[in-house]
Design a protein around this ligand. Structure first.
Ligand code: NDP
Ligand code: VHF
Length: 418
């Protein structure tokens, strides 16, 4: 395959489709979403078969259990993919909304209109439900999209792509509005991130290797959706039950997502009362603990944590723990070692909670809640493209609005500038 020629063709078709999508009526976009949802349900067995091929290869290649979990489709995940598309269809269509109109002294009226971004290229991990969610959000927000999922999900993604194409065609929308790159060759990623004439924005969801590649090669604007080195800080004024419940859930609810806690920070005065019950829970769930010297005084079976641990996103049943003397040290640790994704404080002290919200520089900052809530569905966005770790255009879970921008609208009646 001539990858450059192939990607140019993909880009050209996407640009053309984006024009049709930008003016598509809400009812056509919703009809496509509902048709894709129905297609996914009707073809569940084919999707499971395609996924079984991917899973078999991934096991042979020795993929980590948490990543196999992310790759696996089940009847339940297929049902929730379809449900997600129906929920996106039920969301208000933001495209074409106008507002903020103000009359100027010159007589003109100035306001804003919400419009799609155009062509969105999305590079993401081997997680087949992202293919359906990303396609759904791009369709509803009037964008065309080029999707490049992780190589391990290749067969399953191609099967979903066929269903997306059929749904778009059934609703009279261009099939090229959603294209899934038909080769796992990373040269295609290189083309995607440099095709400035065809692609308006790139959303990379991934870890260190992807970050380096994007930083080095991308010429298309990027909204980074990168790693999550997320923290929970348990304050000396934390309620013990809340602290244990939150620190358990933030680590063990699922190990692979980017919003899972990787480092637990505990105020020295709370360490005994929270670490002992938490360590029992973590041990029972097979979580390896790595701690600072003070942590190991309380939990002698914890492995000694190194500087490297504070910077590591394990995506696995491993947790680093540091005991800190005060809130300032906790916030300094988070701002130094974190990835500006999601961080939480557990405290009953209102002033400390407010300081944490103001001073921690992350996309989501939480008080007395699990970091696992950082998710588009949980935030009421219906679904998400991912969780932006960038500061501009969109920050945190990105839903429909994050895939749009606003243009200025000027209404006049023959006014001219003097
Ligand atoms: N913020 C967010 O919304 C999310 C962040 N993540 C983060 O993603 C990471 C884990 O996912 P994982 O699957 O390991 O991520 P990877 O970074 O390994 O892979 C993600 C995607 O990037 C591609 N990729 C990776 N490196 C390169 C490269 N050098 N050149 C071209 N393409 C590349 C992969 O392709 P290939 O298949 O060829 O490897 C895959 O499609 C974690 O850090 C997690 O926190 C995950 C989900 C959401
Ligand atoms: N949306 C996710 C978080 C982001 C995500 O997709 O992460 P990952 O499991 O690494 O692909 C969730 O918590 O459900």
């Amino acid at each position: 395959m001539d990858i450059q020629a192939y990607m140019q063709e993909v880009g050209r078709k996407a640009r053309q489709a984006s024009r049709a999508m930008a003016k598509a009526e809400t009812r056509a976009k919703d009809a496509a979403l509902l048709a894709i949802a129905a297609g996914i349900e009707a073809n569940a067995q084919d999707l499971l078969a395609a996924n079984a091929r991917d899973m078999e290869q991934a096991r042979t290649d020795g993929l980590e259990p948490a990543l196999l979990d992310r790759l696996q489709l089940t009847e339940k995940t297929i049902a929730s993919m379809a449900e997600g598309l129906r929920q996106i269809a039920a969301l208000r269509d933001p495209i074409g909304e106008m507002g903020d109109f103000k009359f100027r002294p010159t007589g003109i009226q100035v306001g804003k209109m919400r419009v799609p971004l155009g062509v969105v290229g999305i590079i993401y991990e081997a997680r087949p439900n992202v293919t359906a969610d990303a396609a759904g959000l791009c369709i509803k927000s009037g964008n065309a999209t080029i999707l490049r999922g992780g190589r391990e999900a290749f067969h399953c993604n191609q099967a979903i792509a066929q269903l997306v194409k059929s749904g778009l065609a059934e609703a009279g929308l261009p099939e090229a509005a959603v294209q899934i790159i038909e080769t796992p060759d990373r040269a295609a990623v290189g083309e995607l991130i440099t095709m400035t004439e065809f692609v308006d924005v790139i959303v990379p969801r991934g870890g260190k290797g992807l970050i380096e590649r994007i930083a080095k090669d991308a010429r298309v604007p990027v909204i980074k959706h990168l790693d999550g080195i997320c923290h929970v800080y348990i304050d000396d004024e934390a309620d013990t039950d809340k602290a244990v419940r939150i620190a358990d859930n933030a680590k063990t609810h699922r190990y692979a997502p980017c919003n899972t806690m990787e480092t637990l920070l505990v105020h020295a005065n709370a360490a005994q009362r929270v670490l002992l019950p938490l360590a029992d829970i973590y041990r029972a769930k097979g979580v390896e603990l790595r701690g600072c010297a003070a942590t190991r005084d309380i939990l002698p079976d914890a492995i000694a944590a190194t500087e490297e641990d504070w910077r590591t996103e394990y995506l696995a049943p491993i947790l680093s723990i540091r005991i800190v003397p005060d809130l300032d040290t906790a916030m300094d640790h988070i701002n130094t070692y974190g990835s500006h994704h999601t961080d939480a404080i557990v405290t009953e002290n209102y002033t400390k909670a407010r300081r944490f919200l103001r001073e921690v520089d992350s996309a989501s900052v939480m008080v007395n809640a699990s970091t696992r809530f950082a998710d588009g569905f949980e935030y009421g966005l219906g679904a998400e493209i991912g969780i932006s770790t960038d500061k501009i255009h969109a920050r945190g879970p990105v839903g429909l609005e994050g895939l749009t921008s606003e243009k200025w609208i000027v209404l006049g009646n023959g006014e001219v500038r003097v």
